[in-house]
Every structure is written in structure tokens, then in C-alpha cells.
Design a protein around this ligand. Structure first.
Ligand code: ZN
Length: 175
């Protein structure tokens, strides 16, 4: 399967898996907008052209937030993509505070490709908190999210100056 076909297949797969989910903003945007935003940031804003990274970005929340398994991704999209998604997937059997702490602890040790996806995820999430925040999040929670995201990203710097710059641009607008 060529690269364009693989990218289209990933978008279609993620759209189907997330079809019943919505983002937390006031308008309850379709969930697929988020993974597509990661791919846009990576390719259009930061010039990341590596296809495994773009495909993994589109699929990055399917294991964490739907019934998709890493084995299924491996079968459909190959080992490299499945491995990147697995690296950016939180263990949902753990309580939320542990998951947040583990993201900070693990960030320095994940692969280069997973770091690119992680950077794009945090850039998109900061922008969402700024532009279309979850309606029930008080200002204090929005600020705390920014601080936590920065702690994660500070642990993996030196991987892509362009993406890190985009992250810092968003962070500077902290509520
Ligand atoms: Zn995400």
C-alpha cells in the first residue's frame, strides 16, 4: 500500500473508531478533529514528512479512547505505527494522577517518533484549552493543564526545534 493510501486508510479507520465520541469543548466537536489537527501541525506547520509519524498521529488516541488494540493496529498499519501509538497510550487501568505523573516520567525515554506525536498532541491540546476549552474547566484547571503539559514537554526537548517552538508559542498564552 502506498503512502497516500495508508494515510487515507488511517483517517478512515480513526474516524470510524471515534465515531461516537466528541471533544470536551462547548460545541462538542467531532473527536476526529483532534487527531487530524495533530497531522496538520506535524506536516503543514512543522514540516514533518515521515509517514509512520503522520499515520501514528491520526491513530494516536484509538487504543487509549476506543476498543482498538495494539495488535489490530499492527495488523492494519504495521509494527512501526503500532509501536508509536503504544508509546503514547496511557494505561487507563491506573488512576488519573498516576497517568499524568507517568507521562512526565516516561517522556524522556520514548522513541524519537513518539516524541514528535507527543509534541503535536500537547500543542493541539494547549490550543484547544485556549480557543475552545472544556466548558466546565475553571481557570485554575486550565492553568494546571498548561503546567503539566510543559513538564511533559520539558522532559523531551531537543527533538524538533520547530515543534518545540510551536509548543512554546502556545504555552506563552497560558490563561
Ligand atoms: Zn490526543
Amino acid at each position: 500500500m502506498d503512502d497516500v493510501a495508508r494515510l487515507i486508510k488511517a483517517a478512515d479507520f480513526a474516524a470510524f473508531k471515534h465515531r461516537r465520541q466528541r471533544r470536551k469543548d462547548a460545541e462538542a466537536s467531532p473527536y476526529i478533529n483532534h487527531p487530524l489537527a495533530l497531522a496538520r501541525v506535524l506536516k503543514l506547520e512543522a514540516g514533518v514528512a515521515e509517514m509512520d509519524v503522520l499515520v501514528a498521529a491520526i491513530l494516536h488516541d484509538t487504543v487509549e479512547d476506543t476498543e482498538t488494540t495494539v495488535e489490530e493496529l499492527e495488523r492494519e498499519f504495521g509494527h512501526a505505527v503500532a509501536a508509536i501509538v503504544a508509546e503514547v497510550t496511557d494505561d487507563k487501568s491506573l488512576p488519573k494522577p498516576d497517568r499524568k505523573r507517568l507521562q512526565v516520567e516516561h517522556a524522556p525515554h520514548i522513541s524519537h517518533q513518539a516524541k514528535l506525536v507527543k509534541l503535536a498532541d500537547k500543542i493541539c491540546n494547549l490550543r484547544d484549552v485556549l480557543d475552545a476549552p472544556p466548558s466546565h474547566w475553571p481557570m485554575e484547571r486550565r492553568r494546571a493543564y498548561f503546567e503539566w503539559a510543559k513538564a511533559v514537554i520539558d522532559g523531551l526537548r531537543g527533538v524538533h526545534p520547530g515543534l518545540e517552538h510551536l509548543f512554546d508559542d502556545a504555552y506563552r498564552l497560558k490563561p
